[in-house]
Design a protein around this ligand. Structure first.
Ligand code: ZN
Length: 100
């Protein structure tokens, strides 16, 4: 008995939530062999899933980028402070507290 497209779509969605049971898998496979629409749907779901998995595996990369951005911000702040300190330093050195 051929699965209806609606039932096949249900199985495809279900396969994203849990592994399909043996017969569910067989029935879906048989349907996909015969139905181009559901095959396309299945491929789209799988592509989306792959992109999502890649996105999640990129979290460490995103984290690294955030750290890099923070250290970049920190560098700018340090540079500003150093510049400010540098401009203050000659004045501070001009007045030696011990000679006053
Ligand atoms: Zn179908």
């Amino acid at each position: 008995m051929m699965l209806s497209c609606r039932k096949a779509a249900e199985l495809i969605s279900l396969s994203q939530e849990r592994p399909l049971r043996f017969w569910e898998q067989i029935r879906l496979r048989v349907h996909l062999w015969m139905c181009a629409y559901c095959t396309r749907y299945y491929q789209q779901i799988r592509t989306m899933r792959r992109i999502f998995a890649q996105f999640r595996s990129n979290e460490t990369y995103t984290e690294r980028m955030t750290v890099w951005r923070l250290s970049q911000d920190a560098r700018v702040r340090i540079l500003r402070q150093l510049t400010a300190y540098g401009s203050d330093t000659p004045a501070a050195n001009d007045r030696d507290p011990s000679t006053e």
